[in-house]
Ligand binder design. Structure first.
Ligand code: FAD
Length: 339
């Protein structure tokens, strides 16, 4: 009898790695401080239970690597790869994606984790498309290394996603994971592979950042937010700013407030803005539209000030002050300042 050799292709879904491991891309500021959102991504990576390799890119990467080496919250962090090149400054996804791809193609990484920041949101789909994998975006919980929870429908439902792809590409909602704390690790620092990028078709021109001495909105413990009820920029500045000062809080806003020119659009909170989960969120003249709630409803204590007792914001708030914000906010600010 003749023997027939049957070659069976192993479906991608059940192919396994010899050893699962995680690659985390970490962002740093121009002066080499690792972003809070990236520290949260590192905490999430830790929960996957695999050895972790951190990837840092850009001119500030060597300095940031020193900070990452001192993160005790990441016991699984084994290696820090530094791509010290100006090519990666400003984190253009067109430059970063080939670097991530090189590492993911050639090494046995089962998970690639980024923060769900503007940079992460730019990078992950590009890497997904190049590798032909579906990214799992904005996760808020890790059930096991294949199963993740992510909010859908502007945070009105939670979807549990079981991923059968051999590589999981994940972005992490920073407010859902505590940042990896400081303390020494035994991670080694090495060089990331050098990539010969073809001439980039995009060029970084400039940036115009709003300078503020306030805490960063994304990671502030307290946030005071203003809405359309403030009526104009003058009232926004003269009521919201002193209240935020008295609480040492960051300032946020609704889309209506931003669109009406009361403040900069970097302050927008919600479905199409930032997602925050501070200890205290004070909503001033905000109705509580679902698109706004999507960005703040996980705050620990919510205080709402609104003249309409039926405003939906009161349904999610722990403390409600019903009345005219023009009278309530100055009185509140004065009382807090005297504490
Ligand atoms: P309003 O809804 O007009 O509420 C103003 C409130 O102020 C009212 O409740 C009123 O009672 C109160 N008020 C008025 N005068 C006083 C007073 N003197 N004293 C006390 N209270 C007073 N919105 C966001 O915020 N973030 C987003 O990311 C976002 N993304 C969106 C994405 C999409 C696709 C769409 C369609 C919408 C999005 N929106 C977003 C818009 C959202 O639907 C609402 O229009 C917006 O949040 C309303 O902002 P607001 O609460 O400031 O204004």
């Amino acid at each position: 009898a003749s023997t027939r050799l049957v070659l069976k292709q192993i479906p991608r879904s059940i192919a396994t790695f010899r050893q699962a491991s995680t690659l985390v891309f970490l962002e740093a500021s121009k002066n080499g401080n690792v972003m809070q959102s990236s520290l949260s991504a590192l905490s999430a990576a830790e929960q996957l239970g695999n050895p972790i390799t951190a990837l840092l890119a850009g001119s500030s990467a060597p300095k940031a690597a020193e900070e990452v080496k001192n993160l005790s919250g990441s016991a699984s962090l084994k290696q820090i790869l530094v791509a010290d090149s100006k090519t990666y400054d400003n984190y253009l996804p067109e430059a970063l994606a080939p670097l991530a791809l090189e590492l993911l193609k050639n090494a046995e990484f089962s998970h690639f984790v980024v923060a769900s920041s503007a940079v992460g949101k730019n990078l992950l789909p590009r890497v997904g498309a190049l590798l032909d994998y579906q990214p799992i975006c904005d996760i808020t919980k890790i059930i096991d290394p294949n199963t993740f929870v992510r909010p859908i429908y502007a945070g009105n439902a939670l979807s549990t996603v079981k991923c059968t792809q051999e590589r999981k590409l994940i972005s992490v909602r920073a407010s859902a994971f505590t940042a990896a704390p400081a303390g020494a690790t035994s991670a080694s620092v090495g060089k990331a592979p050098e990539i010969n990028n073809p001439a980039l078709t995009v060029k970084w021109e400039s940036e115009n950042l709003m300078k503020s001495a306030r805490p960063d909105l994304g990671s502030a413990a307290r946030v005071v937010s203003g809405g359309r009820g403030l009526k104009n920029k003058e009232t926004f500045d003269s009521l919201v700013t002193p209240l935020a000062d008295s609480l040492g809080a960051a300032i946020g806003a609704t889309r209506a407030a931003v669109d009406s020119g009361f403040c900069d659009n970097s302050l927008q909170i919600g479905q199409t803005g930032k997602v925050v989960a501070p200890d205290l969120y004070v909503a001033v003249g905000i109705s509580g539209a679902i698109q706004h709630l999507a960005g703040m409803k996980d705050s620990k204590v919510i205080v709402a000030i609104n003249s309409d007792a039926e405003a939906p914001i009161f349904q999610v708030s722990d403390y409600g002050l019903t009345g005219d914000l023009n009278a309530i906010v100055p009185e509140l600010t004065e009382k807090i300042s005297k504490l």
